[in-house]
Write a protein that binds this ligand. Structure first.
Ligand code: P6P
Length: 342
């Protein structure tokens, strides 16, 4: 592999393709389509303060959240690149209530893509980094075109997952199962260049990321675990440092590189979300696949996120993700203190 400075993400995709003899280039092209969308979204995110694109569109999405103009731009950019590529049969996006089925005149492809076009977008107006998250499954339905079942597959069946983080620099981090690799956008040449080959998350960290404002609504196990992290025990590196950006991609990315644990547990803050806030298909499952391939672990508190069976497009799940030993330790607290009421 040549030096980092000239190893583009496209060349890396093609290298990965060589280890999948059955691949015909369609999958590689799909990854390139997503990288292209990332470059276009990065351009807009990075000038958001300069043009009339900040602020709200006035619409409300299925999540009941006000749609930010950049959300809408990112969503439309990804859809318009992917729906006519001939590589995709179904698209599931946070911004659309219904799944998007690729219909004539466009050719239906062999892959189903779930995505959060711009996660953390409530942070845009305050200049906090945000990100695009994607997950790719193989088409499993038998018909000539896609079905929702092509999206509703477990995280373990993902062919690829990744994110693009629009921060102090724009990075694309992805896995096709064979390691996790990070590429930094060089805007002067418009290329994602290899900057973080084969990322491995430390087995244990000393940082935790959680919205402590939800404390009153946490289960006993979550409360005791967070209290445990704050106790003095130099042997185990406690007390941990608290870092919470409120943008999943940013909190996840920091913990992926330095170690640590991110938690969005179930809370009863709003009866509409007894299963936490984050969505399984396009937030939890892709992050779970990435962290798994980097040597970490992702849980809903009881079981591996990768084994959860999706039942509907915008299904939510608690997400505890990061360093393997930290997430496993959280599960022990849940097993001990949140015993199912018989
Ligand atoms: P809270 C952003 O809206 C998001 O979906 C994730 O990016 C982030 O981790 C979470 O919600 C933050 O939620 O309730 O702490 O503001």
């Amino acid at each position: 592999m040549p030096g980092k400075g000239t190893w583009t993400i496209e060349r890396h995709f093609m290298l990965q393709e060589k280890s999948h003899p059955e691949a015909k280039g369609e999958f590689t092209q799909l990854l390139m389509d997503i990288a292209l969308a990332g470059k276009i979204i990065s351009r807009e995110v990075n000038k958001a303060g300069l043009v009339e694109i900040l602020g709200l569109t006035g619409e409300i999405n299925i999540q009941g959240e006000q749609v930010q103009k950049l959300d809408d731009f990112a969503n439309k950019t990804l859809i318009s690149i992917l729906d006519r590529s001939g590589r995709v049969c179904m698209l599931g996006t946070e911004e659309n209530t219904e799944a998007i089925k690729i219909l004539p005149p466009y050719t239906s492809g062999h892959y189903a893509v779930s995505m959060d076009p711009l996660d953390g977008s409530s942070n845009i107006d305050v200049n906090v980094s945000v990100g695009t998250i994607f997950s790719i499954h193989r088409k499993v339905s038998k018909g000539p075109r896609g079905e929702e079942a092509d999206l509703l597959q477990t995280g373990r069946k993902q062919l690829a997952a990744g994110y693009i983080i629009y921060g102090s620099s724009t990075m694309m981090v992805y896995t096709t199962g064979n390691g996790v690799h990070g590429f930094t956008l060089d805007p002067s040449v418009g290329e994602f260049l290899l900057s973080h080959p084969d990322i491995r998350i430390p087995k244990r960290g000393n940082t935790y990321s959680v919205n402590e404002g939800n404390y009153l609504f946490w289960s006993e196990g979550t409360k005791r675990y967070i209290k445990y992290l704050k106790e003095m025990d130099n042997q185990s590196g406690r007390p941990y440092t608290s870092r919470y950006i409120g943008s999943l991609v940013s909190d996840f990315h920091r913990n992926l590189l330095h170690g640590g644990i991110f938690l969005y547990p179930s809370d009863q803050k709003d009866h509409k979300r007894p299963h936490g806030k984050l969505r399984l298909l396009y937030e939890a499952a892709p992050m779970a696949y990435i962290v798994d391939r980097a040597g970490g672990y992702a849980s809903d508190g009881k079981k591996n996120i990768l084994d959860l069976e999706p039942k509907e497009l915008h299904q939510r799940t608690p997400l505890i993700v990061g360093s393997y030993e930290d997430v496993k330790e959280y599960e022990e607290f849940i097993a001990e203190y949140d015993k199912e009421k018989k």
